[in-house]
Design a protein around this ligand. Sequence first.
Ligand SMILES: [Zn+2]
Length: 267
Amino acid sequence: MAQWLSVGKWLGVNVAAGFSGRRGGVSRGAFESLNVGLHVPDRPTDVWSNRALVADRLPVDPAHITYAQQVHGKAVAVVDRQLGGRGAFDHGDALPGVDAMVTRERAIALAVLTADCAPLLLADSRSSVVAVAHAGWRGATEGVVTATIRAMEELGAQPERIRAVIGPTIRGCCYEVGQPVIRAVKSAYRRFSSGAKAPELVRSAGSMGAVMLDLPTLCIHELASLGVHPDHVLDTSVCTSCMGGYFSHRRDNGVTGRQGGFICLKE
Ligand SMILES: [Zn+2]
């Protein structure tokens, strides 16, 4: 059975959602076994099988799961009936230039694929608005989380009602970063913390001048600055690099598969 961490109940009564891992699929080698990324050199037929296994955990057809090309930016797509299912069978057909998606459509799922970057699933259950966001250090510091919340608001969501889940991602235990990333993170905090104290960047024991970056902390602070209550943010606390059972781009030297975060409104 496909590895699946269910978070739908926490997000809302009308929401189905969860994160896949790397166990329970059919891919081989570096992609063993539940790789759901079509943009990595795995066999497409195996990826389609894996995506179908994951779709079994959702009340949607695999052809109605929507994927974005994810370019480490902050563009958000509003997924309507027409866009539903884009990228389900071909990466070239996934929504180009997009790192986050929002929808009010039922029976259409949104997917975010990761192998270290932070996947966010979000819902305002009362307004029937759901979203996904792909937040690596670049997207997170450029404001993809802010852009996603704003897009949800435009569809009728209210920040104080939004619940968010941060999925499996590389964390402060494993994510050593150097000066360019540190600078971007500090500048992002200044922009969205409105005077609140930025969380400490823990110095790395490994290399001089490096720090250990905790992507979830960055996301939680940004969400709080937008009016999403910290009690409404669930962090899965899973580290893709050191906890096993997940694909990790950094640990696997770039040759690896992708797990996914998936969300949809129930019929
Ligand atoms: Zn770790």
